[in-house]
Design a protein around this ligand. Structure first.
Ligand code: AMP
Ligand code: GLY
Length: 346
């Protein structure tokens, strides 16, 4: 089968490496890819959101499976616009992608389905005064989130009230993140330790991939400004069997059941950003894709043929699938240009 992988980061390099080793993969195309992915398939220079060009390429290269790496094309409705082609796609349509592209939608979804997450309220410029009153009732630290996608920068954790009020005002009135901060979520701070759990689901069945923990600070010893992730490790020592069981019972199954109840079809990854609060799992955020750099750490631990799992997902057979995990530990380390995460030369 010919496979098209969309994206161009380290995550896609790890996916390309894994997919290219499957006997089910005849030709792998990566768009746009990067110099790393060129070792595992053919890079095609196109934008992940350029639907017309992607449709033509799917026809020309007789693609049977599309794997979407990043969130932007999913949030833009790429999957909806390819649905008439009748090919397998790993990645949800726009309605499912809202779990990541709207924090307000995700919080309300969790609320409706009784999924553990921090208490919250959502505000707009119209009811900003109510927002200020809500902030004053909370105790620090304050968690303020732009509703929409903001390249990982849309969350502010403020340690005093005036900083929180300034951030809240900048998001809502000064449109700090444009349309993405037209709505702002203010939520309770969760004290605990974070980890990432990855699920591949076909909308009813699911399989659990190895969990990971990413380290977001730029410097050694977890110091300095936040980045998209400077490295990741898998497995996570505090993700005990009992903790993962709670995640399945309280979060994964209710999420998949909730999607079904709300008639939101979903075939792709669900990446749970979780807080372990004294052994109890809470959702910090949903993502509708794999993580980067977590993917680089988890895929080497998956013993299955990944393409076979993807095909089982597109055929809605994941209920009978199982991920075989290598018990050894895996670490991904990111090398970045000097200056990152502020201005840098690539
Ligand atoms: P998000 O983009 O929602 O993952 O938030 C970015 C980061 O902010 C997370 O990885 C957490 O470290 C932190 N964060 C977000 N929400 C909370 C919360 N309610 N309590 C504590 N930390 C949070
Ligand atoms: N490393 C976090 C993410 O991919 O969102």
């Amino acid at each position: 089968m010919n496979i098209l992988l969309l994206g161009g980061g380290g995550r896609e390099c790890a996916l390309a490496w894994t997919i290219s080793r499957s006997p089910l993969c005849s030709s792998l195309y990566i768009a746009p890819g990067n110099p790393g992915t060129a070792a595992y398939g053919k890079n095609i220079a196109l934008k992940e959101t350029d639907i017309g060009v992607i449709r033509k390429m799917i026809a020309d290269k007789q693609i049977g499976l599309v794997v979407v790496g990043p969130e932007a094309p999913l949030a833009a409705g790429l999957v909806d616009q390819l649905s008439d082609l009748g090919i397998g796609i790993i990645g949800p349509a726009r309605a499912g992608a809202m779990l990541e592209s709207s924090k307000d939608f995700a919080k309300a979804f969790m609320h409706r389905h009784n999924i553990p997450t921090a208490a919250y309220q959502t505000f707009t410029a119209e009811n900003i005064d109510k927002g200020f009153r809500f902030l004053r009732k909370l105790s620090p630290p304050y968690v303020i989130k732009a509703d929409g996608l903001a390249a990982g920068k849309g969350v502010a954790i403020c340690h005093d009230l005036s900083e929180a009020e300034n951030e809240f005002r900048a998001m809502l009135l000064d449109k700090k993140f444009g349309q993405s901060s037209a709505k702002v979520v203010v939520e309770e701070f969760l004290e605990g330790i974070e980890l990432s759990v990855f699920v591949l689901t076909d909308g009813s069945g699911y399989v659990l991939f190895p969990e990971a923990k990413d380290y977001k600070r730029i410097g050694d010893n977890d110091q300095g400004p936040n980045t998209g992730g400077m490295g990741a490790v898998s497995p996570v020592p505090f993700a005990s069997k009992c903790f993962i069981q709670k995640v399945e019972e309280r979060i994964i199954r209710p999420t998949i059941n909730g999607l079904q109840e709300e008639k939101i079809p979903y075939c792709g990854y669900l990446f749970l950003g979780l807080m372990n609060c004294q052994g109890e799992p809470f959702v910090i955020e949903y993502n509708v894709r794999l993580g980067d750099p977590e993917t680089e750490a988890i895929l080497p631990r998956v013993r299955n043929d990944l393409v076979e799992l993807f095909l089982m997902a597109t055929e809605k057979k994941l209920a009978i699938a199982r991920v075989e995990t290598d018990p050894r530990h895996s670490v991904a380390v990111v090398m970045a240009s000097g200056g990152y995460p502020s201005s840098f030369q690539t």
